[in-house]
Ligand binder design. Structure first.
Ligand SMILES: NCc1[nH]cc(CCC(=O)O)c1CC(=O)O
Length: 312
């Protein structure tokens, strides 16, 4: 049987797990039998610059776009037909010829507190070593607990859990969604309140990226969850207005309740000493209005916060 849809994927366990989930979903949408899945909807592994360069040079040479560049080239060349990304790693702008064609239902958007010795964030003793590479998590943790010692924690989810087990940190923060998908939910000691740790824009959601021509293909449309797509459009609108990058501490979270789309977005000083937050809601409708809500609230935050970027 010939390949119907080829999925380009990074090789990290999380990427392979997420791509495998979407492989099964695309197979179902196409009516492919389980036995034919690997041939009809193959996973094509691609190593990205972001995977090769695992140190602080990454921020200097271009940040999160480096996790998607080689996969986008494969899409544009026609070597693969779809890529599955963690939404929060997808830059604001799509390259010419590509689009985010579907946003599947979201996992838990919250951050997880992971620790061997301590049951919750509040239980951390004064001066405890908290591992994270995220400006946002650093600033939000320090806003609540300026006494903590934030330490750089890089690598994929397995590497981060290993470094915790080796005793380099008293606790680390990771996305609940990644841990759940990888089957590590037992590592989670606490799911942190959305209000304290407002998630990264798109956290917990996936993005199905295709060539612009495939935007309306039936197998793509079947995977889209309109409520998640709307929430993510609002969060990413805020991200755009806030010029979010690895060098800024920003958060955005939206959800639909009783037909209304409610967005909260914030920027923090990197040391957690100040926090600028806005919330607003509109009737849930089109993704353009959702994005406009994000752009408006994000611009308001940006206006009051000023430039809170950290120089590389
Ligand atoms: N930047 C790393 C990254 N990109 C996506 C996820 C998984 C969470 C998700 O689905 O948003 C993670 C790991 C983490 O933050 O713990």
């Amino acid at each position: 049987m010939a390949a119907l849809v080829r999925i380009g994927t990074r090789r990290s366990k999380l990427a392979l797990t997420q791509s495998g989930m979407m492989q099964r979903a695309i197979g179902r949408a196409l009516g492919v039998a389980d036995a034919d899945l690997a041939e009809a909807v193959p996973l094509v592994e691609i190593v990205t610059t972001g995977d090769r360069v695992q140190d602080r040079r990454l921020m200097e040479i271009g940040g999160k776009a480096l996790f998607t560049k080689e996969i986008e080239e494969a899409l544009l060349d026609g070597r693969v037909d779809v890529a599955v990304h963690s939404m929060k790693d997808v830059p604001a702008e799509q390259p010419d010829g590509l689009c985010i064609a579907a946003v599947p239902p979201r996992e838990d958007a919250r951050d997880a507190f992971v620790s061997e010795a301590f049951a919750s964030f509040a239980d951390l003793p004064s001066g405890a070593r908290l591992g994270t590479a995220s400006m946002r998590r650093q600033a939000q943790a320090l806003a609540l607990r300026p006494d903590l010692q934030i330490e750089m924690l890089r690598g994929n989810v397995d590497t981060r859990l290993r470094k915790l087990a080796e005793g380099e940190f008293d606790a680390i923060l990771l996305a609940v969604s990644g841990l759940n998908r990888l089957g590590f939910e037992r590592a989670i000691r606490e799911r942190l309140a959305l209000d304290d740790f407002l998630p990264a824009p798109g956290q917990g959601a996936l993005a199905l990226q295709t060539r612009a021509d495939d935007r309306d293909a039936a197998w793509v449309a079947a995977l889209n969850d309109p409520a998640t797509a709307l929430a993510v459009a609002a969060e990413r609108g805020a991200m755009t207005a806030l010029e979010g990058s690895c060098r800024t501490a920003i958060g955005a979270y939206a959800e639909i309740a009783a037909g209304r789309l409610r967005l909260t977005t914030e920027m923090l000083a990197p040391d957690g000493s100040a926090r600028w937050r806005r919330a607003g809601e509109i009737e849930a409708g089109g993704s353009e209005q959702a994005q406009a809500l994000g752009l408006r609230l994000g611009a308001e935050v940006r206006e009051t916060a000023g430039d809170q970027r950290v120089e590389p």
